[in-house]
Write a protein that binds this ligand. Structure first.
Ligand code: GAL
Length: 813
């Protein structure tokens, strides 16, 4: 976590008068012992864990399990196992570190963590999404072995409205510092003031003296550009009493700064040093982006003075087949695909995300609505589908913790994340029931006060407009700086503007322009009946719910129309950017993941993806659907649709034009033709100003014959955590994609890697994610290759009965 913790400082810099200096932030992810189950005395130093299996973090135990209708996590948790688990790690602290301070840092552990060092309880942290740390110095055996035990309890189920994972699913660090130091999250950088081409950078640093003597120190703050060139620096002296903590403020100026922007996410590095007797005893480097954020009730949101519509998605924290385990590459790939869709912002629905996530948003230029809570004091009873019928079940989530923990969790969340340039606003809640009565006033105010105490960015709350359009209590609503509207429609929005013309507004959440049927699933006549029959809940609530949302997801289009045509709206966040595990509505068993998003759980785009591309991106494109393997539809009329950002589309069937249709790029539009189906080809050509800008073809494919492999990279880091996503598409002998193929693919890896997961995007696929084989779903399938800690060549072979086998080579170094 580049922003708020120590950047890896493994070099011993210089020695100070008292002790040699050492500031390190070590990766503490490897070689933990793991046990799933309830077992006593695991925290004891002498507990025998030799029979436990060894795991590396980030680790999610739930994702290793099988889907079962008997798992109490229910459809909300994706039917995966949950329970109590324990981790132990034995490590040695050298005796040369005797005068050092030793801290253990967890970026998140799900949930109800209890952490022990050498049998002593360091603390408990129930919220599974929050980062936390403990100073272990007084309990450390220097020069000897030590053991950390982490007990987690995720047994109370259903425990969430979505899949959470169970385990130490984010990174862990061991931090060793001198006794004069900046505590975790002790550096706060504000870089949002620019005047006359000069940026004022405010650096507020907490310094702590754990020595028993008063000390005189210098605090030096330096700013470097991306090339590592020193731009400016400032040094000031301070006296710091024994065991005291002081706050130091430095103001520096960067002339003609390169601004952090969506398209050029330029970051400066701020180096803070503590100097004692002319020796540097502590160094910390934090990245920052210089940019201005403006929020306005008529003009929406501006970044660096220019209006930017938030073309956003809500995301849950899971990484599909890898579950909750945080891998940098998983997040990068998600954001790359979202960026290619034209998306520029993310709402962290509905809880703190990993620090990697925000680092990558900083690096890629994404804007983040950083959200803390989904529940306040009152538990939610979300709708769930069982045997096709809608019913409500209570989940044991955060409500019982709120009174005791909310202030601390919110404070720590802001302290960890406030240096990220990507964070543009905070959200204190999502669809909070208490916002509907006066109990929401005091709580809303308390939470927003915490936000304002620790940061300059505004607070929102996704509460307006949802649930039969019942408004929140107005006084409660007014506690947020920006009104967050979930699922609001044009007529209600008009009413809101009439009543409250001066409020700042954003659509915190809305439907996506995507049907509920899984990717590439087009059902007509008998086929549809058969599909629903398989589920055994054919004509029940689920069916109606699914059918209400048509093939194009009209309501999602309307939502975007509202945002596009309302300058006062800062933007919107669709539900969701990617499918996620759990919350399988409107389906019940055997669905185990959601299907709201334009990208499926394996990362394959659905048709809705291209709708957003046509609206959100300038890269010339055209998309047509459905695919053209519609067996049984011969001679019947089929509606064919296209999305483009050109100004007209011409559709050809087997070379014959079926006519051009206009696309008004100012409006939210799609094109449609009624086409009599016969095997062959359909081609869409998009024109802008009369010139061809893009074309796309769907062609009736023959029998599955071979496998096409696509990857975004062929090299990875030999760090035991890096990944390569291998996307497989089944082709016929002429190289056409077979959109109905469901062949079983087998993956075999040789060399310096393992297969860490497989998926295919089928929200009802019950094959385990941790496997070496997978049936393709509608022509596609995914394997994820993970590096080991050894560098070397990697060969992945993919075989399937009746198909040509194929291999691909990678490198890990
Ligand atoms: C919203 C809620 C989301 C998700 C979604 C499903 O109302 O905020 O978390 O549950 O519904 O449609």
């Amino acid at each position: 976590m580049k922003n708020t913790l120590l950047i890896l400082l493994s070099i011993i810099l210089l020695s100070c008068s008292k002790t040699p200096t050492k500031n390190t932030k070590e990766n503490f992810d490897f070689d933990w012992k793991f046990y799933a189950g309830d077992i006593e005395n695991v925290e004891k130093s002498n507990f025998d864990d030799s029979k436990w299996r060894t795991v590396n973090l980030p680790h999610d135990w739930s994702i290793e399990g099988n889907f079962s209708k008997n798992n109490p996590s229910f459809s909300r948790g994706g039917w995966l196992p949950t329970g109590k688990v324990a981790y132990r790690k034995t490590f040695t602290v050298p005796s040369t570190d005797k005068n050092k301070r030793i801290v253990i840092y967890f970026d998140g552990a799900y949930r109800n963590s209890e952490v022990y060092i050498n049998g002593k309880l360091l603390g408990k942290r129930p919220f599974g999404y929050i980062a936390f740390y403990y100073d272990m110095t007084e309990h450390i055996n220097f020069g000897k072995e030590n053991v950390i035990t982490v007990k987690l309890d995720n047994s109370k189920q259903p425990g969430s409205r979505w899949y959470t994972g169970t385990g130490i699913y984010r990174h862990v660090h061991l931090i060793t510092t001198n006794k004069l130091y900046i505590p975790v999250w002790g550096n706060y950088i504000v870089a949002n003031k620019i005047k006359n081409s000069k940026a004022e950078i405010n650096v507020e640093t907490t310094v702590k003296n754990d020595f028993d003597t008063n000390e005189n120190i210098d605090i030096s703050v330096s700013i470097f550009n991306e090339a590592g060139k020193l731009i400016t620096s400032k040094k000031e002296s301070k006296a710091i009493s024994k065991n005291e903590s002081i706050k130091h403020k430095s103001i520096l100026t960067v002339e003609n700064p390169t601004l952090w922007d969506i398209n050029n996410p330029y970051q400066y590095s701020i180096r803070t040093e503590i100097i004692q007797n002319n020796k540097i005893v502590y160094t910390e480097t934090t990245k920052t982006g210089i940019r201005t954020l403006t929020f306005n009730h008529t003009e929406g949101f501006k970044l660096n003075g220019k209006t930017v519509k938030l073309k956003g998605v809500c995301l849950h924290h899971d990484g599909g087949p890898l579950g909750a385990a945080v891998h940098k590459r998983t997040i990068e790939r998600q954001l790359e695909k979202l960026r290619e869709m034209g998306c520029n912002s993310v709402r962290t629905a509905h809880n703190p995300f990993s620090e990697e996530f925000l680092n990558i948003c900083d690096e890629m230029g994404f804007l983040v609505m950083n959200e803390a809570f989904d529940e306040w004091e009152r538990p939610k009873q979300p709708a769930t589908t069982q045997n096709g019928k809608k019913q409500k079940i209570t989940v044991h989530k955060y409500a019982h913790l709120f009174k005791k923990w909310a202030a601390k969790d919110l404070e720590d969340f802001i302290l960890r994340d406030r240096n990220h340039p990507s964070v543009i606003m905070w959200s204190i809640g999502n669809e909070i029931d208490q916002m509907r009565d006066e109990t929401g006033i005091a709580i809303g105010k308390r939470l927003v006060d915490i936000v304002h105490k620790f940061d300059y960015r505004p607070a929102t709350n996704g509460v307006h407009g949802y649930w039969d359009m019942k408004r929140p209590n107005q006084e409660a609503a007014a506690t947020s700086d920006i009104y967050g509207y979930n699922y609001i429609k044009q007529d209600r929005m008009d009413w809101e503007r009439e009543q409250f013309p001066n409020v700042m507004a954003v659509i915190t959440e809305h439907e996506s322009a995507q049907s509920f049927y899984p990717r590439s699933t087009y059902l007509y006549g008998k086929q549809k009946e058969q599909w629903w029959n398989k589920l055994n809940y054919k004509y029940d609530d689920a069916y109606k719910w699914v059918e209400k949302r048509d093939i194009r997801g009209e309501a999602g289009m309307e939502a975007w129309r509202l945002v596009k045509e309302s300058p006062f709206l800062m933007g919107m966040f669709i539900w969701t950017g990617w499918d996620y595990i759990g919350e399988t509505i409107p389906f019940g068993w055997p669905a185990r993941s959601s299907s709201f998003a334009p990208i499926d759980l394996a990362g394959f785009p659905k048709d809705g993806y291209y709708f957003y591309q046509s609206q959100w991106s300038n890269k010339p494109m055209v998309h047509i659907f459905p695919h053209w393997n519609l067996e049984g539809m011969e001679g019947k009329k089929v509606s064919v649709y296209s999305y483009t950002n050109g100004d007209e589309v011409e559709l050809f069937q087997d070379g014959k034009s079926l006519g051009k249709q206009k696309n008004n790029t100012e409006k939210v539009e799609y094109q449609t033709w009624n086409v009599v189906y016969k095997p062959g080809e359909l081609k869409a050509i998009s024109y802008k100003n009369g010139k061809i800008i893009a074309e796309k073809m769907v062609k009736t494919a023959g029998k599955p014959s071979k496998i096409k492999i696509e990857t975004r990279r062929t090299k990875m880091n030999a760090n035991g955590q890096d990944l390569i996503y291998v996307e497989c598409t089944i082709l016929d002998k002429n190289g056409n994609e077979v959109p109905t193929a469901n062949n079983l693919l087998k993956f075999n890896v040789e060399g310096a890697a393992i297969i860490s997961g497989v998926a295919n995007g089928d929200n009802m696929g019950l094959e385990p994610f941790k496997a070496k084989q997978r049936t393709a779903f509608n022509g596609k399938c995914l394997a994820i290759i993970q590096s080991t800690q050894k560098a070397g060549n990697i060969k992945l072979s993919i075989t399937s009965k009746g198909l040509e086998s194929t291999t691909i080579n990678f490198k890990s170094n």
